[in-house]
Design a protein around this ligand. Structure first.
Ligand SMILES: Nc1nc2c(c(=O)[nH]1)N[C@H]1C(S)=C(S)[C@@H](COP(=O)(O)OP(=O)(O)OC[C@H]3O[C@@H](n4cnc5c(=O)[nH]c(N)nc54)[C@H](O)[C@@H]3O)O[C@H]1N2
Ligand SMILES: Nc1nc2c(c(=O)[nH]1)N[C@H]1C(S)=C(S)[C@@H](COP(=O)(O)OP(=O)(O)OC[C@H]3O[C@@H](n4cnc5c(=O)[nH]c(N)nc54)[C@H](O)[C@@H]3O)O[C@H]1N2
Ligand code: SF4
Ligand SMILES: [Mo]
Length: 759
């Protein structure tokens, strides 16, 4: 069990409530269950925390970061009233009625003049809150807005696309039970991403029967726990993985029964990798061939193998190709659909969609999962093209800080007719808005995420509000409902009738709702607003924002009756949905909503023929091009900057108050001793770091965990506070939007050519 059960205390003299309130951490996709005690003068400080043992996935586990969550809740840059930009660029407070009326009028005007699809939606959910995105679908619908994006389109879309084409589904690895684990460009010790990460990693490390392999240019904490560390040269994973596949084939380590029964296209793979010069490719990748061969033997002979790729390769050269090669490693060895291998979870909402149905209006970029590639957004605006975007609604995201080339993105926001930002704080993005609508924090309203990827038991948690809302801000559910109402989206909906039905019970409510929708099918689009306004009042006050889930639960009950029934939510879809929704409301620590079976996993493959497709011709063409050898460094920029390392005290831009950091407050530039010596640098010396896009001054930290030629900076730093200037470098002042993957358009943030001058 978890060795990491925690109890912390914020240093504070005042009284502390005795009851522990159930919530979750909002800092990474694990969303570990937490229990919190409130305190402070006004009883609104988050004072004590402990991991919640009742949480189905985290089971009491938590890392070192959530005990700082008071810096989020009571941060100094909190927005408390709607703001409108004046011609001189400053903001003036306005009341909510004016704000809703003007925002609605301006978006309506864009719709009438240029068409609703020139209004783009960005964001909708961060690491802890996905309900805004669910409610925003109603707002988007009333204005006819179709295009959207979020952070997934600068990290995961390449992987989604490859997985969709090979398997028709998205997969995850079972690290709790695998014999061998691989982390590819992933440092879970600090970034987490699997339940009870450090417990799982430690268990793996101390078990002589299990092995861990890490592919990373840095000797990370995860790499230090590993049995084999392939310390790859930055940006060369495509060569390394190609060599590994070639060795698998030549050494006959493939699972031929699996390949024959479950896959198509193997002969094309055998052909493509047969002739690879393994020695040359290992040398391109800067890794000893013997070690690579050993790693492949370990993978090939493993009884079960699970693997995780992340930003180190997904924000790098050949990222989509690497996602493909990576899958080949575990598919050729038959590591799918068995305990300890890979699975596809049942989810309430599928946020990992790899389908491409259309292209972006201006640059014609393929929209993987419907998302505009983040690196293309500015180009969809800064043009005379008649279909260019004219308005943008940005919610619970900070793209003016998080997207490549911030200066260009700010210019794009400036070029729009109307920018509306919904956030809790005065962010870099909010400063570019025409209207800023203040939201309640994630502890003042009910919240949830759709990061529900567990197996065989999957869970969902609707966290109730643990604090009364402050005056001024509103939950997104309320903001969207007001905009939808102002735009006429709820005219003619029998709201009173639905409200009465909701008080009688979910069955009555569903019947009334279904009847209304049957007569007015167009209302399905604004269902989230209807649910919030009519079912919301029938829910406990601190869970009202959960109303939208009823629609999602009903859909899941129709789609996945068996996994839901195994978790106790059985009967007709209607019965199952009512039971599940009730259980979600009754279990603030989270509820297991689906129980699956390993033997059912292979049947989930959703390709046209039902078999896993190994051959993706356009990516095999890329494999052939690798013979030309790796990217040549530009002599003017001899270093490779990894722009966005996850460290112990980084959390995207969720905290806007730098005093939350106990260590590394300035976010040092990590550099190898060899490079430091060449440049004559001592620890903490200041250097001028220059990329093709810009320059910044930064202190160095010399560490032998870095490879010579590789330097690294943390993410989420350099926030431009309205009251104070925070430490660290805003990385995307230094990155270029054009540095991106040819297929998915995802950025090369882990490969930014850079030079260093001593100052
Ligand atoms: N503490 C903390 N945790 C977080 C976050 C946070 O801000 N702070 N953010 C969350 C989010 S949004 C995400 S997406 C995840 C990301 O989680 P990760 O992807 O694990 O995080 P990173 O540190 O960005 O990158 C992982 C590793 O890639 C390595 N790398 C760099 N270049 C290369 C390369 O060329 N090849 C290979 N193989 N590896 C390379 C880096 O050295 C680094 O160790 O973390 C989540 N967790
Ligand atoms: N150079 C470089 N750039 C990167 C990365 C990198 O490694 N390198 N990493 C990328 C990755 S993986 C990610 S995921 C992105 C993250 O970047 P973004 O997706 O832009 O999101 P966050 O930084 O997490 O910011 C979340 C925002 O939500 C606001 N917020 C918090 N709670 C609420 C709420 O309840 N309601 C509302 N309305 N707002 C709220 C916060 O104030 C903040 O402004 O950054 C990306 N950018
Ligand atoms: S692992 Fe992630 S969700 Fe869990 S406590 Fe740490 S930052 Fe929070
Ligand atoms: Mo991310």
């Amino acid at each position: 069990m978890a060795f990491y059960i925690t109890l912390w205390e914020v240093d504070m003299d005042s009284k502390v409530s005795i009851d522990w309130k159930k919530t979750a951490c909002i800092l990474c996709e694990c969303n570990c269950g937490l229990e919190v005690q409130l305190g402070g003068e006004d009883g609104r400080r988050l004072v004590r925390f402990r991991g919640d043992k009742a949480h189905p996935a985290s089971q009491g586990y938590a890392c070192e970061k959530p005990h700082r969550l008071d810096h989020y809740q009571n941060g100094s840059e909190r927005l408390t009233q709607p703001l409108r930009r004046k011609p001189d660029g400053t903001f003036e407070p306005i009341d909510w009625d004016t704000a809703i009326q003007e925002v609605t009028a301006r978006l309506k005007k864009i719709e009438e003049t240029y068409g609703g699809d020139t209004i783009m939606y960005y964001g909708g959910g961060g690491q802890g809150n996905h309900l805004p995105g669910a409610y925003a679908t109603a707002t988007r619908r009333v204005f006819g807005s179709r295009y959207r994006s979020n952070a997934l389109a600068q990290e995961k879309t390449g992987e989604f696309w490859v997985s969709h084409r090979m398997l028709g589904i998205q997969t995850r690895g079972d690290f709790e039970h695998c014999e061998v684990a691989l982390f590819l460009g992933k440092n879970p010790w600090f970034s987490h991403g699997i339940p009870r990460t450090r417990t799982t990693l430690k268990e793996m490390a101390k078990d002589p029967g299990r092995k861990m392999i890490v592919i990373d240019p840095r000797r990370t904490k995860t790499a230090q726990l590993a049995d084999i560390h392939l310390q790859v040269k930055p940006g060369t994973d495509a060569w390394l993985l190609s060599a590994m596949i070639s060795i698998l084939l030549k050494d006959e380590l493939t699972d031929n029964t699996f390949i024959e029964e479950k896959t198509t296209g193997f002969s094309a793979i055998a052909e493509a990798f047969k002739e690879i010069d393994v020695s040359a490719y290992c040398s391109h990748a800067g890794v000893p061939e013997e070690l690579v061969r050993e790693a492949v033997q370990v993978i090939g002979k493993a009884k079960s193998f699970a693997s995780y790729e992340d930003l180190g390769v997904q924000m790098n050269h050949h990222s989509t190709l690497v996602s493909y090669l990576h899958r080949m490693l575990w598919l050729l060895t038959g590591n799918f659909g068995r305990k300890g291998t890979h699975y596809s979870p049942t989810t309430l909402v599928n946020i990992a969609n790899g389908n491409v149905k259309r292209n972006s209006p201006v640059t014609q970029a393929p929209l993987i999962g419907g998302l505009i590639p983040c690196n293309s957004i500015a180009d969809e605006i800064l043009t005379e093209h008649p279909q260019r975007f004219r308005g943008m609604l940005i919610e619970t995201a900070n793209p003016a800080h998080s997207l490549a080339d911030s200066p260009k993105f700010r210019e794009a926001l400036e070029a729009l007719d109307t920018v509306v930002v919904i956030d809790i704080a005065m962010t870099e993005t909010a400063k570019c808005a025409d209207y800023i609508l203040p939201a309640s924090t994630q502890f003042e309203k009910a919240e949830a995420t759709f990061f529900n990827f567990e197996f065989p038991e999957n869970y969902f948690q609707l966290r109730p509000a643990i604090l009364e809302p402050i005056d001024g801000p509103l939950p997104e559910a309320e903001i969207h409902a007001r905009i939808v109402e102002a735009a006429g989206g709820l005219d003619d909906v029998p709201m009173d009738e639905l409200r009465v039905a909701a008080q009688q019970g979910l069955a009555e409510y569903t019947q009334a709702f279904a009847m209304h929708v049957a007569m007015n099918p167009a209302r399905v689009g604004v269902a989230p607003a209807i649910l919030y306004r009519t079912l919301g009042p029938a829910l406990p006050k601190e869970q009202a924002e959960g109303a939208v889930l009823f629609g999602l639960v009903l859909k899941a009950a129709m789609q996945f009756p068996e996994p839901l029934a195994r978790a106790g939510f059985d009967g007709s879809p209607m019965d199952a949905a009512v039971k599940l929704f009730d259980a979600i409301i009754e279990h603030p620590a989270g509820v297991v909503f689906a129980i699956e079976r390993w033997e059912d996993v292979p049947q989930k493959v959703a390709t046209p023929g039902g078999k896993i497709r190994l051959e993706l011709p356009e990516l095999l063409e890329e494999v052939a091009k690798l013979t030309a050898g790796p990217i040549q460094a530009d002599p003017a920029y001899p270093f490779v900057l990894s722009a966005g390392e996850r460290r112990s005290f980084t959390a995207n831009t969720i905290f806007r108050d730098d005093t939350w950091r106990k260590k590394d407050a300035e976010g040092a530039l990590r550099i190898s001793p060899e490079d430091a010596q060449k440049l004559g640098l001592q620890e903490e010396n200041e250097v001028l770091l220059t990329t093709r896009r810009g320059s910044a001054r930064v202190r160095v930290s010399i560490t032998d965990t870095m490879r010579p030629g590789h330097i690294s900076l943390p993410n989420g730093m350099g926030l431009d506070g309205s009251t104070h200037s925070l430490g660290g470098i805003a990385l995307n002042e230094l990155t270029e939007a054009a540095s991106k993957d040819a297929f998915a358009g995802t950025p090369f943030h882990k490969y930014v050519p850079a030079q260093i001058e001593v100052v």
